[in-house]
Design a protein around this ligand. Structure first.
Ligand code: AMP
Length: 432
């Protein structure tokens, strides 16, 4: 099937061709015609499936087909809500790329960036707003923007919005919108919470599911390394150094953990940057840009900060800590193997994390392949063998005292020994 068969206009077909897309992805094939018909949609699609284009392309077409396209001042006719600033910026970039041959104007409205500039731009008028909920509410309350003429609403990564506690904000925003509108809800996982939200927001939605719920992309090779906790950093440096990996996204659980690992990797001679919610927007953008440009090899990120990252053909994702919420495993893995490219997702799992691993495998309904010989002393990842004090199962949001002042963790990988050298990648024991 071609994009032309989906009923897209010449201006959009041109933009898509310029992007080098030859055929629509499954979510695009299914969602675009339905959205063009003006219907509400509930779509279960994870990142990497081409979901952003699947709502952006028809949205742009519907807006540009409408009679009010030349109305001045411009009124906001489409609103795209996202859980994080990074995702908002990513979606904004997509809207700009696909809409570059159309006379539509888009603004992005996120926290952590100058409100003055946003106010000026919003007052100037725009057709599309891409926003995170909190900052958008500020602007509406300050009367910098009106949402009374929104024809199309998109909630992107709605499951993450619920996880992040945005439900009250979403409800508040709904009160600013006209009742008569087209609403599209995209979510990686379709939980009962999402179904309840859909029942409130959507009108007779067409349900589309492209990947099996909670499935990870087939193009991703997943493996688990059973490893003592204090050896993780050493193994990580070794894997990156010995394989000469150029772009590696490493997930950790806490902001503090991200900063610490960034420093340790730099000590190991690996160019690294950390991305987490305590960093200013400027620092986050800089870290991301350096990673995209190849100036740093490793981006150490927390789940929330990494949400919405779209880096073309990101080849390696490493779970340095397993996530507390099993669904986050699916989201993390979604960072690689995007749009058909192959990727590798490795999890460094200590015995203390056996229960978290079991929860993930229960969700996936399959076992993740274990690396038989990690080059380190073998450890058991069976729940019954886990140390009694299963420290990682602390509630999210509490301070992490576990690794307190015992720096540096693990053996210095630069010290040559039986297990090899992280910088040169030479190794004498074990097989990866
Ligand atoms: P998304 O799921 O929206 O995060 O998209 C994942 C990646 O797929 C992005 O880098 C898009 O640029 C890319 N993409 C979207 N649609 C297509 C397509 N039809 N063919 C090839 N790549 C695509």
């Amino acid at each position: 099937m071609s994009f032309a068969q989906l009923g897209l206009s010449e201006a959009l077909l041109k933009a898509v061709t310029e992007q080098g897309y030859t055929e629509p992805t499954p979510i695009q094939q299914r969602a675009i015609p339905i959205i063009l018909q003006g219907k509400d949609v509930l779509a279960g699609a994870q990142t990497g499936t081409g979901k952003t284009a699947s709502f952006t392309l028809p949205l742009l077409q519907l807006l540009s087909d409408s009679d009010v396209i030349h109305q001045k001042p411009r009124r906001v006719r489409a609103l795209i809500l996202t859980p994080t600033r990074e995702l908002a910026m990513q979606v904004h970039e997509n809207v700009s790329i696909y809409g570059k041959h159309l006379p539509l104007h888009t603004e992005v409205v996120v926290g952590g960036a100058s409100i003055k500039m946003q106010t000026r731009n919003l007052k100037h008028g725009c057709d599309i707003v891409v926003a995170t909920p909190g900052r958008l509410i500020d602007h509406v309350q300050q009367k910098n923007v009106s949402l009374a003429h929104v024809d199309i609403l998109v909630l992107d990564e709605a499951d993450r919005m619920l996880d992040m506690g945005f439900l009250p904000s979403i409800r508040q925003i709904m009160a600013y919108l006209p009742k008569q509108r087209q609403s599209l809800l995209f979510s990686a996982t379709v939980s009962n919470g999402i179904k309840a939200l859909a029942a409130q927001l959507l009108n007779k939605p067409v349900e589309i599911e492209v990947a099996r719920q909670n499935a990870t992309a087939d193009t991703v090779t997943e493996r688990v390394y059973g490893i003592p906790r204090e050896r993780k950093r050493e193994l990580l440096s070794y894997l990156i150094g010995s394989n000469n990996w150029k772009q590696v996204l490493v997930f950790v659980r806490t902001k503090h953990g991200a900063d610490r690992l960034e420093k340790q990797l730099i000590q190991d001679g690996i160019r690294s940057a950390a991305l987490h919610g305590d960093k200013s927007q400027g620092a986050r953008t800089k870290a991301l840009e350096s990673f995209k440009d190849g100036k740093v090899t490793v981006l150490v990120a927390t789940d929330i900060a990494a949400r919405g990252l779209d880096i073309d053909s990101l080849p390696h994702v490493i779970n340095y800590d397993l996530p507390q919420v099993p669904e986050d495993y699916v989201h993390r893995i979604g960072r690689t193997g995007r749009a058909g490219a192959s990727g590798e997702a490795l999890s460094l799992v200590s015995p203390e994390e056996a229960q978290l691993l079991a929860d993930i495998e229960k969700l996936l309904q399959r076992q993740i392949t274990r690396v038989a010989d990690t080059g380190y002393e073998p450890v058991s990842l069976r729940v019954q063998d886990a140390p009694k004090k299963a420290a990682p199962s602390k509630p999210a949001g509490k301070k992490d005292f576990r690794h307190k002042p015992k720096a540096p963790i693990g053996r210095d990988p630069r010290a040559k020994g039986p297990r090899g050298d992280a910088k040169t990648g030479r190794r004498t024991g074990g097989r990866v």
